[in-house]
Design a binder for this molecule. Structure first.
Ligand code: FE2
Length: 172
């Protein structure tokens, strides 16, 4: 399904979906290239009704098939995810505003410590694979709304989200 036909031909996502069946390196390169282009497209989501959540983040499915799903996330000021890792590949690009990404290292399957972080600003694109470093939290600690685009390697009808496990932060 898709509601993304106002912006880009849905074929670009179908091509990306097909690329997800190739090597991880090839797929991530394709996902990065597409996100690079999309986050630099003015008015990309003009006319697309986006879910917003007061004080939190709203997710809108833009495209989904049995292999990948593409979402727009609208982050209210102060919105943050839980600390989580992923059961699938996860690529995202910043369309508007900034999000702080905080990286964690797991102590076990429940607790994690901060290992670093990066401010993701408009135009930034990042990718992670489920078998690599992919434990993080995303926070909008700015006063402005932020919008990001996410391409996940999961079937939106089979999984509620990309989250594998949630962790609690431990400060050492
Ligand atoms: Fe995530």
């Amino acid at each position: 399904m898709t509601i993304f036909q106002t912006v880009a031909d849905v074929r670009v996502f179908s091509h990306l979906s097909a690329a997800s069946q190739t090597s991880a390196t090839e797929y991530l390169a394709s996902a990065r290239a597409l996100l690079d282009e999309l986050v630099r497209t003015p008015h990309l989501l003009a006319g697309v009704p986006l879910h917003r959540v007061t004080g939190g983040y709203g997710r809108t499915l833009l495209f989904g098939d049995g292999r990948i799903s593409v979402w727009a996330l609208v982050w209210a000021a102060g919105a943050k995810t839980v600390i989580h890792d992923h059961h699938c590949s996860c690529c995202f690009g910043m369309l508007q505003g900034s999000i702080r990404e905080i990286w964690f290292q797991a102590l076990d399957d429940r607790r994690a410590v901060v290992s670093g972080g990066k401010m993701r600003v408009q135009g930034d694109v990042a990718c992670m694979m489920p078998n690599g470093a992919n434990l993080h939290q995303m926070v909008n600690d700015e006063t402005q709304e932020a919008i990001s685009l996410h391409v996940y390697g999961f079937d939106h009808e089979a999984h509620a989200s990309s989250i594998h496990r949630e962790y609690e932060r431990v400060d050492q």
